[in-house]
Structures are given as C-alpha cells and as structure tokens.
Design a protein around this ligand. Structure first.
Ligand code: PGA
Length: 256
C-alpha cells in the first residue's frame, strides 16, 4: 500500500498572528504546482494563531494542526482548549504527547490516550508523538519504551480508516539538538511500531497508517530519512519556522 507522505511543521511557542498570516501566504506560493495527492501538509501554530492560519490557508491543500488539546468537551478547566474549539478554529489535526509536553507539563501515556480519543470523537486526526530519551536508548530500553507508549497511547481508539491516525516517532535526544537519528535507527524503530500497530488494530491498518519521524529534520537529511520504508513523513520543529526551509523539506519528501 502506498502512503501519501505527511509533513507537519510544529512551530512550538513561536510566531505572532501577523507572522502566521505572512508565513501561510508565502507557503501557499511555495507549494504552487503540488497537490494533496502527492503530499499532505500541515502547520501547527500556537493556539492564538490557529484560526489565522486556517483562514489564510483556506482553499489550499495545506491543513492546520493544534499542538495540544484537552479531552473534555467543555467545562471549568481554566486555560484548556477542547477538540470542538480546535475544529471551530479550523484544525484538521491535533498533536498529542509531544516530548516537551511529557517533560515539562506532566503529560502521561494515559492523558495522551484520552486526548487522542477526544480528537477522534470530534472528527480530528491525532498525531501521537512518542520516543525514547537518551538514557533509555543507552540502557537498551528503546523498544520497551516505544512499545509501552504505543500500546497505552492507542488503547481503545476507535479508528477504522488508517488516514485518521498518525504516529510520530521522535527520539527525545534528537529533538532540537541537531543530532538526527540515522535513517537506519528511524527505520528500525518505525518498522517495530508498525508491526505493533498491526497487533493492536489489524494488518491493513498498520500498512495504511502514517508513521512520521521527528527530531532535527532539515532539508539536507529529509531525503535519506524518507528513503526508508517505514518513514512516511516528518514532524519538523526548528526547520519549519522558515518558509524556504520548510518548502525544501516538503519537496524533498515527495520523490519517494
Ligand atoms: P526539531 O523538533 O525539528 O526542532 O528537532 C521536532 C519536534 O519537536 O517535533
């Protein structure tokens, strides 16, 4: 089965509303000639700029992703944003379980699972992030960690269409460090995740689901990563903030 590559730019806590509008206009210009059959594309601005991005990208094949979500539909949860609010703002995807959220904001496998389920219920597509820390890799527990995060994160999710769920393998030691995983390291873990997804759901689901790699992806290394069978795209942090470098990453991802 051929999987359409997906590239998601995770802006983290960067860009104002005017900067978002300008980026979206420019990225549309950069993508002229491409369409959603060749590559899926999304940007993930901060909450304040989600709707700005959605309005600026309306009519294009570029989607908007939120960087986080809370699982309740509404209620007295000061500071939180529900899946319905994200849909209302124009989002198609929601990133959950990013390692920065796990590390700084006490995200657990259980909360990641609840958030993913809530997004699915609202018709949004979760991008579930997982990956081992340096200490876990060095103690040879990469596969055990990734297996646990996959099992707990995907528990009970009601997904039948593989396009409605995305997994991002992001080794924590590769995020923002410039130290990208080698193509073989990414492939090894992502093949393992896919096999495990097959056990949780079904073989066709596992074959159809997109597993992204994230961690210091740049225009220079995206080609070799995308050449791997089980790398179906990337979640890009730093290199997604500049339109030109983001566009190069997108173009470097479609030759597969
Ligand atoms: P990076 O971030 O590309 O800056 O390493 C990736 C991510 O955090 O998703």
């Amino acid at each position: 089965m051929s999987r359409t590559p997906l590239i998601v730019g995770n802006w983290k806590m960067y860009k104002t509303i005017p900067e978002t509008a300008a980026f979206c206009q420019e990225v549309k210009g950069e993508m002229v000639g491409l369409d959603g059959k060749q590559v899926g594309l999304a940007v993930a601005p901060p909450f304040t700029a989600l709707n700005t991005a959605a309005l600026a990208l309306r009519g294009s094949f570029i989607s908007v992703a939120a960087q986080d979500v809370f699982w309740a539909e509404s209620g007295a949860y000061t500071g939180e944003v529900s899946p319905k609010m994200l849909a209302d703002a124009g989002c198609r995807f929601g990133i959950v379980g990013h390692s920065e959220r796990r590390q700084y904001f006490h995200e657990t496998d259980d909360s990641v699972n609840k958030k993913a389920a809530a997004l699915i219920k609202e018709g949004l597509i979760p991008i579930i992030c997982l990956g081992e820390t340096l200490a876990e890799r060095q103690s040879s527990s990469t596969f055990a960690v990734v297996e646990r995060q996959t099992r707990e994160g995907l528990k009970g999710l009601a997904v039948k269409d593989p396009e409605r769920l995305v997994i991002a393998y992001e080794p924590v030691w590769a995020i923002g460090t410039g130290q990208t995983a080698t193509p073989n390291q990414a492939q090894e873990v992502q093949a393992f995740i896919r096999k495990f997804v097959g056990e949780i759901f079904s073989f066709p689901m596992a074959q159809g689901i997109r597993i992204l790699y994230g961690g210091s992806v740049k225009p220079e290394n995206v080609g070799e990563l995308m050449a791997m069978n089980d790398v179906d795209g990337s979640l890009v942090g730093g290199a997604s903030l500049d339109v030109k470098s983001f566009a190069k990453i997108v173009r470097g991802s479609i030759s597969r």
